[in-house]
Design a binder for this molecule. Structure first.
Ligand code: SF4
Length: 254
């Protein structure tokens, strides 16, 4: 069983090709810029979107077979352009048993699975997934352990340790670095992240410039959005920071 927030078909930003993204409910971190506040709590939630006249419920327990049946409806699209299924959240590695069961079922059907994780979970969660994932999208938000722990509630030792072990075990890992004004968007911050990623053996880095697309959800949920007044970085600024990463990695800007 998995606690599923929603299943999004025809995703094009969650990995290679056309994908179906299964968003799981529940996250153990609290990034103040999070774009998916509806996925933070493991409890079910209903959000009203008056502008489009729609009410959407997030959070339902689903059997593996049920999820497999649903995602396999788009199998021809995965086959056509190298897509597959992405498991995201929230933090999908907080549900390791269900995630591994789904991963195995998809592997048996030759459907690639990408895991999108922030990595602040016990290694045993990744151990269960050994050899079952096509690749990992692995968030690295800062190289400053105090910031990691203090601002977003992560266990930096676990995050970095799991990253190193995944790479040492031969898993394909893309490090995902959000570029957040006021949090990690200075040259020393980026240089620190570069050093951390280089030491861990990372080759591919995806940069995710801050945007405010999730702010409407905070308003709908009656929550304060701490980044409401923060402007996204300009294209020129993003390019300048990307150059710091390009010296060591293959970089994609999302
Ligand atoms: S790890 Fe991802 S889902 Fe969890 S709070 Fe941070 S941005 Fe949101």
């Amino acid at each position: 069983m998995l606690n599923v927030s929603c299943i999004q078909r025809f995703s094009i930003g969650d990995g290679p090709g056309i994908r179906t993204t299964v968003f799981l409910k529940g996250c153990n971190l609290r990034c103040p810029w999070c774009h998916n506040p509806e996925n933070l709590s493991p409890s079910p939630q209903t959000l009203s979107y008056p502008r489009i006249g729609k009410t959407v419920s997030y959070g339902v327990w689903m059997e593996t077979e049920q999820i497999v049946r649903e995602v396999m409806e788009d199998e021809p699209f995965y086959r056509a352009d190298g897509g597959g299924v992405t498991l995201s959240g929230g933090e999908p590695m907080l549900q390791p048993e269900g995630a591994a069961k789904l991963a195995l079922a998809l592997k048996e059907r030759d459907v690639p699975l990408l895991i999108d994780t922030a990595g602040s979970v016990p290694w045993s969660a990744f151990e269960r997934m050994a050899g079952l994932a096509q690749m990992y999208y692995y968030d690295i938000k800062t190289a400053d352990a105090a910031l990691y722990r203090g601002v977003i509630g992560a266990a930096p030792g676990l995050v970095v340790g799991n990253l190193r072990r995944l790479i040492a075990n031969g898993e394909v890992v893309h490090a995902r670095v959000p570029l957040i004004p006021g949090f990690n968007l200075t040259e020393p911050d980026c240089a620190g992240i570069v050093g951390l990623l280089r030491d861990a053996g990372v080759k591919y880095v995806d940069l995710l410039p801050f945007h405010r697309l999730g702010s409407g959800k905070y308003a709908t949920m009656g929550l304060d959005y701490p980044y409401r007044d923060t402007l996204p970085p300009t294209e020129a600024a993003v390019e300048r920071f990307a150059e710091i990463f390009r010296r060591d990695f293959t970089v994609t800007i999302e």
